[in-house]
Design a protein around this ligand. Structure first.
Ligand SMILES: [Zn+2]
Length: 505
């Protein structure tokens, strides 16, 4: 009997010893788990969660917005009719404070105690593979280094759950800010793949210019912005016809000077009302969002600190300045990771018209993040235009020049693993691009030369949900042939009209 008991005990001890062995690199599947580091707005922010007064402050609750708007509407309408900038400013300040005031962080960079993110994800289950990921979300207002600390724990939990000793990080948009802080603080140990999808790694001009008070409505930019956004409108069953018609309408309005008129009226009022709105609403609220500070490119930072009245000391000040280190080191951190065998893929859009509110509207982008900042340093022509002749003629190494001559990737920090997608709207889902990600995650060798169907320069076809290699300048006829929709037909017609106008001129 004693023998049997001791044999049983041995078996138990062996089994126990086998459990940690399984947890430590024990999964035999060969595919380490993916952690998806989400974009801005990946989690909702709630006031008085769990009480009768519960109110979602972000993502924005339209009903809440409209209720607040109703309160200021009479005042605003009167002020607009009188074209009284000061009264317009008063109404806007009241409205912005009612909607967003409680989101402001305090002088230490902390949220109000009753404003929280009650539904943040915790890793659960051991399901992992190419079609499954663990979603890491966060409160976008807070310090990116706080998110980095949480991501560090999250990674450890995912490893323990799945029995892998490394993970893949797939970062979307603001996810790149979290990644930058993470690499700066914790390095790349235990990470085997890093994907950055439209990430503002060196910021975005929209944040830089907004935080320096440079707001401008521009007619050409507004028209193009509308054109580029129209294909993504969800207008219901007659999508395509409505899109085409809106596109035509925008061009007619632009031609007739209507949009220019509207813009200059809007611009004057904006300039007059802006000062008040900045001082009394935008600066005290949005100026405290550490996550938005992380979007401010280096060349705007000093001016933004002055314009946004950043306090001279305290936790908020220190955290705003601390992220500069993450941004300053991201190039070398990613290079070091790649040189040490981490598979890196940076992918960014270009040739989409950006938000028509800033003076830098000509900077080519995916509509939100400038291509030069997402790609860590590409040299780019203005949106819809090639690089200028002087630059092209002086360029000796054309290996990294796009076939449409719009992008030179040789000036990127990691030209070997940076992809560019023409006409790809910020973070829009595209099955073709997902296919590239799958190759990146499963191949031994990852560079812009590794995959025949995914060279460095691609063009998005969102109708067909694919990408194809860029072979030359944008061509409306080729686009219509490959994707014969009403919208592409209208685009083609307008390209002919534009060429005729150029000929006549
Ligand atoms: Zn596995």
């Amino acid at each position: 009997m004693k023998k049997i008991i001791s044999l049983l005990l041995c078996a138990v001890i062996l089994c126990c010893a086998a459990v940690p062995a399984l947890a430590d690199g024990g999964c035999p599947c060969g595919f380490s788990p993916i952690i998806y580091v989400g974009p801005l707005g990946c989690s909702s922010i709630v006031r008085d969660a769990g009480t009768d007064n519960e109110q979602q402050l972000w993502k924005i609750d339209t009903k809440f917005l409209l209720t607040n708007l109703k309160d200021v509407l009479p005042q605003l309408t009167k002020a607009m009719l009188l074209r009284n900038a000061e009264q317009i400013g008063d109404a806007l300040v009241k409205f912005v404070n009612a909607c967003f005031g409680d989101l402001a962080l305090d002088s230490e960079g902390r949220s109000k105690a009753n404003v929280t993110t009650p539904e943040l994800n915790v890793p659960q289950g051991d399901r992992h593979g190419p079609d499954s990921d663990y979603y890491f979300d966060y409160d976008f207002r807070l310090d990116p280094y706080e998110h980095a600390d949480r991501l560090h724990e999250f990674i450890a939990q995912v490893k323990a759950l799945t029995g892998h000793d490394s993970v893949k990080l797939k970062c979307s948009s603001m996810g790149g800010v979290v990644l930058s802080a993470y690499l700066d603080k914790y390095g790349y140990d235990g990470i085997d793949v890093i994907i950055c999808r439209c990430c503002p790694l060196l910021g975005t001009a929209v944040a830089g210019e907004a935080f320096c008070g440079k707001i401008e409505l521009n007619a050409t930019a507004l028209t193009r912005y509308g054109e580029d956004a129209i294909p993504y409108l969800e207008t219901g069953f007659a999508d395509d016809i409505i899109e085409g018609t809106l596109y035509a309408l925008l061009n007619v309005l632009k031609g007739a000077g209507v949009i220019d008129g509207l813009c200059s009226l809007g611009d004057r009022l904006i300039q007059d009302a802006a000062d008040k709105v900045f001082q009394e609403a935008l600066i005290p609220i949005f100026g405290t969002f550490l996550g938005i500070w992380a979007f401010v490119p280096e060349e705007y930072f000093d001016e933004a600190v002055r314009f946004m009245n950043v306090p001279a000391q305290g936790g908020l000040h220190d955290k705003i300045f601390a992220y500069r280190s993450a941004m300053a080191h991201i190039k070398e951190n990613l290079k070091a990771a790649r040189n040490d065998g981490v598979k890196v893929c940076l992918i960014c859009g270009y040739n989409v018209q950006r938000t028509p509110l800033v003076t830098l509207w000509k900077s080519t982008s995916d509509g939100t993040v400038d291509t030069k900042y997402a790609s860590l340093g590409a040299t780019c022509g203005s949106v819809k235009e090639p690089l200028d002749d002087a630059y092209l003629n002086a360029l000796e190494n054309k290996e990294y020049l796009s076939p449409d001559h719009m992008i030179d990737a040789s000036t990127c920090a990691l030209p070997e693993c940076t992809w560019f997608v023409r006409d790809w709207l910020h973070c829009n889902g595209n099955a073709g691009i997902d296919e590239l990600f799958n190759l990146v995650m499963t191949s031994d060798e990852v560079s812009v030369r590794s995959f025949e169907e995914f060279p460095q320069f691609l063009e998005a076809d969102d109708d067909a949900d694919t990408v194809r290699p860029v072979t030359g300048a944008p061509n409306a006829w080729a686009r219509l042939k490959s994707s014969p929709s009403y919208l592409n037909f209208i685009r083609f017609l307008f390209s002919i009209v534009k060429q005729l106008i150029l000929l006549v001129k």
